[in-house]
Design a protein around this ligand. Structure first.
Ligand SMILES: Nc1ncnc2c1ncn2[C@@H]1O[C@H](COP(=O)(O)OP(=O)(O)OP(=O)(O)O)[C@@H](O)[C@H]1O
Length: 230
């Protein structure tokens, strides 16, 4: 494992998101500098909307999101990677290596540098055998790992995951969790799978577009479970 870089400081200042006049997130002010951050809450509580703000896929209706004091959308895009729940939303090219090279085009790397970055990530996660495969022929677990690889080649400081294990079977879920453990990047994971968040540094619990609990995993998860008796 590479040495962990200093975590970024991510700030939300009075962030409001509204859609068609309906508030989805209401006046969120937060400072996040932990390495492992989990996000939980009922369906429709605003978790995905919150997650998408980190790298500018979603923009606030008012307020500001920043990373290390920089609030431009370009800064967020450059430093924060996003792994979707469904890798089909992320994988666009027919061959794995082409797909991984896609995001790197903007960085104007040489062909050799591009190939080296791709090979390093694939090798590290035991995916080198997938390099020349057709992306549409990959299994769900393989696709999710390639979607993660596509983010890792960009060398972001922070990676946000929106329910990354929902489509995975038990073995692939375990593999994916092991890969998460190994990442030196700061990670933010939205999940209904509370096991995934054990050992995290901080968990945020959303309810109706507001942050209702914020703290270490054990008490925040216990309070969420207690509230969710159905
Ligand atoms: N473009 C939109 N227009 C109107 N309402 C929206 C839009 N996007 C999201 N919403 C609503 O905002 C609320 C929060 O959605 P969000 O996807 O952030 O919730 P979530 O906590 O991630 O839910 P889940 O656990 O089901 O994925 C939901 O009620 C959703 O219907």
């Amino acid at each position: 494992m590479m040495p962990a870089p200093k975590p970024a400081v991510i700030t939300f200042r009075d962030v409001v998101v509204e859609k068609n006049g309906t508030p989805i997130l209401a006046g969120l002010t937060l400072r996040l500098s932990e390495r492992r951050i989990g996000v939980i809450g009922r369906n429709g509580s605003g978790k995905s909307t919150f997650a998408r703000l980190f790298n500018g896929i979603e923009t606030p209706s008012s307020g500001e999101v920043g990373i290390d004091g920089k609030t431009g959308r370009k800064d967020l895009r450059r430093h924060v990677g996003f792994v979707f729940q469904n890798p089909d939303n992320q994988i666009v090219y027919p061959i794995v290596s082409e797909d991984l090279a896609f995001g790197l085009k903007n960085l104007k790397l040489t062909q050799q540098e591009t190939a080296a970055r791709i090979d390093t990530v694939l090798t590290r996660f035991g995916l080198a055998h997938l390099r020349d495969r057709f992306t549409h022929q990959l299994s769900g677990g393989e696709k999710q790992m390639i979607a993660l690889a596509g983010v890792l080649v960009m060398q972001p400081r922070v990676i946000v995951f929106d329910e990354p294990t929902t489509l995975l079977d038990l073995c692939n879920k375990r593999r994916f969790m092991a890969a998460l453990q190994e990442l030196e990047q700061q990670i933010v994971v939205v999940s209904h799978d509370l096991d995934l968040l054990q050992g995290f540094d901080r968990v945020l619990h959303f309810e109706n577009g507001t942050l209702c609990e914020d703290g270490p995993p054990a008490p925040v998860i216990a309070a969420y479970v207690a509230r969710s008796q159905c």
